[in-house]
Write a protein that binds this ligand. Sequence first.
Ligand SMILES: Cc1cc2nc3c(=O)[nH]c(=O)nc-3n(C[C@H](O)[C@H](O)[C@H](O)COP(=O)(O)OP(=O)(O)OC[C@H]3O[C@@H](n4cnc5c(N)ncnc54)[C@H](O)[C@@H]3O)c2cc1C
Length: 393
Amino acid sequence: MIQFNDTKIAFAWRSNSELVKAKVLFKTIAWPALVKVGSAMLNLALAIRFPISWIVKPTIFKHFVGGENLAESNKTAQRLLQYNVNSVLDYSVEGADDEAIQEEAFNEILRSVQNAKNNVSIAFTVFKPTGLISTKILEKVSNSQELSQHEISQFDLFKQRVKTLCEQSVSSNTPILVDAEDSWYQKAIDDVVTHMMKEFNKEKVFVYNTLQMYRTDRLDFLKAAHKDALAKGYLLGVKFVRGAYMEKERARAQRFGYPSPIHPNKEETDKAFDDAQQYAFEHLDTISIFCGTHNEQSIQKLCGLMQSKGLQNNDARITFSQLLGMSDNISFVLAHSGYNVAKYIPYGPVRKVMPYLIRRAEENTSVKGQTGRELSLIRTELKRRKHQHKLKH
Ligand SMILES: Cc1cc2nc3c(=O)[nH]c(=O)nc-3n(C[C@H](O)[C@H](O)[C@H](O)COP(=O)(O)OP(=O)(O)OC[C@H]3O[C@@H](n4cnc5c(N)ncnc54)[C@H](O)[C@@H]3O)c2cc1C
């Protein structure tokens, strides 16, 4: 069993003042009412273009975001690399329907993939499909609805952009992850990403799709995808996550009167996540695993499987990943034990990453025990440092 409570290793990269600020931050977002009011106020400030940088940048932004641009985020990645933690720089601008903003996002993501070339701190690159195309078009394609001429050209442009990013990943020799969002337009994304895997995952896995295991259909999807990969001779790359949009999915299913696509309870999501990873592990010759979770039990299970099969901790087919600002006790302890770890480092201008930050605050409020766990680890480390300081003087 790996001990995830070694706070000395977990927070070696954080200064005392950073830890104190993190403590205040987690104490603040532990209050659901405060997060609700704070999120509403920030959304309002964004809508009326009220300046927010002065309050957001030194606090929540600094904790959860790598920087406003690639240069700043590369510095964060360099800091992590000193502790054998690699990075995934994630341009975290979400769902814009504006075509000029989509083009801007594409150019920035392309720069981030180019930035990975010969950059030892960057293990993967990543993008959110909804930053590149309207979700309305993705939804229509997913439902085989007829598209207008303009929508057809937009969807063609999307496919071309995804292909360019995958080609650049190959030339940067760094795999690319494709994030997943809402189930009602995921099919269009799955089809495009599958096509990319067929084209680029011949000898090595360059393209990874994301499976949200809170969805009841994803284990079957994994098995079908694997069958297709075997039949057509390509490798599968899978980023496993539980899924971030549960409330929204359930609310929509209820509103439109279809069965919820989400498992009815946490236990079933946990089981689906572990079963899917076990399935992938049993077919490691043809499936590479990117394990995106803060759940210690799931990580222990995967490490246990690796140990039982006598795999090296740094087997290139398995990578563990957590988000910047969360679960450093997992990332840094795994990296210290020689496992492949790639921290997701969101970046972007303060205003543009606000939806991401609001979700992080809400998640840390709603995910049972997560904030308490972060706070107690930070407190333990601060106490440990104080005690050590006293011993020295
Ligand atoms: C590196 C990384 C990349 C990520 N990329 C994506 C992505 O591309 N797309 C995406 O959607 N999310 C993504 N996420 C977020 C992820 O889906 C989870 O929301 C988040 O990580 C919390 O889940 P957990 O496994 O870490 O922890 P846990 O705390 O063990 O699990 C919490 C999760 O369990 C599920 N859950 C909780 N309660 C219930 C319930 N009552 N019934 C059913 N299920 C329940 C939900 O999915 C919830 O988020 C990513 C996370 C990481 C670490």
